[in-house]
Write a protein that binds this ligand. Structure first.
Ligand code: CP
Length: 356
């Protein structure tokens, strides 16, 4: 049985196959209309969502299947103190596949230890959001026809922006992708993304503080929201909330072939006037989310264990304490487990925070 917790759970070949499947679904939807008859998808959303939950549900309905679940933690037994592990153990008796979103980083990693059915991470705190990445890849492929040889500008809250973390992990596996990381100093990408993702794969990247200075270089501009819900204080959020606002004036120096993306929801980081620009593709991106999630459901329901995946990692338990207050292991009664990295340091298996 296979799961999707992080983008790297799939090889690039497997992702390419899923993109091809999504393209076939777009062309020949009727062929897939009954393929999941009798199957049930559980959508367990412990955190708010519009696109991810509803596109998963629409995806399962369009495949002929059924959906059950909840859209907020307060309507589940989490409100009575039930753990993630127990919730998943129960729900995996009721459904054939589970999509789960949780505000705590690493929560899907805990769910994985208990699930009896394929599990999909639909976003865990500020950590990762792999199905958004699949959505983004399908959008890029439909716009550019390739994943190779372009410059991607990632702009906004790159510290807590889980969609950015997952997208970098996926895109650095393709050839000739250059990353321009646009954020204020305080919202730069986490250290592990630089040290364990970009540098090991030899990716060409640079960090800048304004979009204006790099606009003309970009083939893709991926805007993100400054996420109020992730900041430790309202004061910190207010300091950064208007750090970047894309408008038509700023786009004057951009390429005609630029693709403007955003995982949405937006607040005010893209002015509404930009919606009319032919380069704005964020609404198409949200629609692509439904098609790629149809492909993902089909893939996971049919997928056997991969023989090639071998676990060689070294782990250490209850020696270090995870310093991330948003990590699941600091919020539920769990051991603090760390994985040894290539540079000899240790990182929390749930949220990837370094030991200290
Ligand atoms: N892009 C995204 O995850 O949107 P929702 O929070 O609405 O699901």
């Amino acid at each position: 049985m296979r799961h999707l917790l992080d983008t790297t759970d799939f090889t690039t070949k497997e992702i390419d196959e899923m993109i091809s499947l999504a393209l076939d679904i777009i062309e020949h939807g009727d062929k897939y209309a009954h393929i999941c008859e009798g199957k049930k998808l559980a959508t367990l959303f412990f955190e708010p969502s519009t696109r991810t939950r509803l596109s998963f549900e629409a995806a399962m309905y369009e495949l002929g299947g059924h959906v059950l679940g909840f859209s907020e933690a307060s309507s589940s037994s989490t409100s009575k103190g039930e753990s993630v592990a127990d919730t998943i153990r129960i729900v995996s008796n009721y459904a054939d596949i589970i999509a789960m979103r949780h505000p705590l980083e690493g929560a899907p990693r805990v769910a994985l230890t208990k699930t009896l059915v394929p599990l999909i991470n639909a976003g865990d705190g500020g950590h990762t959001h792999p199905t958004q990445t699949l959505t983004d890849l399908l959008t890029i492929y439909r716009e550019k026809g390739t994943f190779d040889n372009f410059t991607v500008g990632l702009c906004g809250d790159l510290k807590y922006g889980r969609t950015v973390h997952s997208l970098i992990k996926a895109m650095c596996r393709y050839n000739g992708v250059r990353f321009v990381l646009i954020s204020p100093e305080e919202l730069k990408v986490p250290d592990y993304i630089i040290k364990e993702v970009l540098e090991p794969c030899g990716a060409d990247y640079k960090e800048v503080e304004t979009m204006e200075e790099v606009m003309e270089e970009l083939d893709i501009l991926y805007m993100t929201r400054v996420q109020r819900e992730r900041f430790p204080s309202e004061e910190e959020y207010l300091k950064h909330k208007d750090a970047f606002i894309l408008d038509c004036e700023k786009l004057k120096s951009a390429k005609e072939s630029l693709t403007i993306m955003h995982p949405l929801p937006r607040v005010n980081e893209i002015a509404v006037e930009v919606d009319g620009d032919k380069r704005a593709k964020y609404f198409e991106q949200a629609l692509n989310g439904k098609y790629i999630r149809m492909a993902l459901i089909l893939t996971l329901l049919n997928m056997k264990d991969s023989e090639e995946r071998k676990e060689n990692d070294e782990y250490i338990t209850d020696t270090y304490k995870c310093a991330n207050p948003r990590c699941i292991c600091n919020n539920e009664p769990l051991s603090h487990i760390f994985r040894k990295t290539d540079d000899g340091s240790f990182r929390c298996v749930y949220c990837e925070e370094k030991n200290n």
